[in-house]
Ligand binder design. Sequence first.
Ligand SMILES: CC(C)(COP(=O)(O)OP(=O)(O)OC[C@H]1O[C@@H](n2cnc3c(N)ncnc32)[C@H](O)[C@@H]1OP(=O)(O)O)[C@@H](O)C(=O)NCCC(=O)NCCS
Length: 204
Amino acid sequence: MFVRVSVPQKDAAPLSLAVTEWTPAMTPSLIKHLNGPDGTDVTRFLRNKVPQPYTEDDARFFIALTAANGLFTAHAIVLLDNDSNIVETIGTVGLTFKDPTDIEAHSAELGYWLSKAWWGKGIMSSVVCEYLDKVVRPLSIVPRNEQSAKLVKIIAYAIADNAGSCKVLENCGFALEGKMKQFAFKRHLVRWTAVRVLLVGLLQ
Ligand SMILES: CC(C)(COP(=O)(O)OP(=O)(O)OC[C@H]1O[C@@H](n2cnc3c(N)ncnc32)[C@H](O)[C@@H]1OP(=O)(O)O)[C@@H](O)C(=O)NCCC(=O)NCCS
């Protein structure tokens, strides 16, 4: 998969990006972006399955998981040069599908993060909108495999003080479904979490 994303910039040329498969060669980028003070900022609002510190074993496990065709899927966000070669891997976007045998089989949870050096340039709003259009919406027409249901509902949980993520979701058409009290225990604090949903399937 290679989904191109052009991100307009105010006083510069658009950034040329793509969403594509994670590969073992991207391991060093993953470790770099998720460690150190910047890595702490990136992971502070994420689920604990993105641990701190982030080791080489964590990176290898994650990349293998993205290729496993299980209930979790994720793609790398990469920066391209003028010849469309990958210059750097700068983030990820993915889905965790709900249990295919249970009542939420038609739903999946959206997740994403971007390297801190690239925040505030409109990247994640552009990437998530393209990802929904090119990767997620087709799954509401044709399921991924025989075990999958057609996708109807995309769920995103953003801790209420994660203003950037809440805005990305709004930019991409998500609606606030509710606020879950004491949903997340993160960094020794129990936090409110806003649930935003996007209906992509036939029932909308
Ligand atoms: C949240 C995150 C993905 C945003 O990525 P980004 O590429 O910087 O987002 P964008 O540039 O597309 O910004 C979207 C909007 O949010 C605003 N915004 C971004 N960060 C913000 C912040 N910290 N506070 C307030 N507003 C913010 C932008 O100004 C922009 O507003 P606009 O649409 O009115 O212009 C990024 O900060 C990140 O990776 N954070 C850590 C991981 C994370 O929180 N993941 C989501 C878990 S639910």
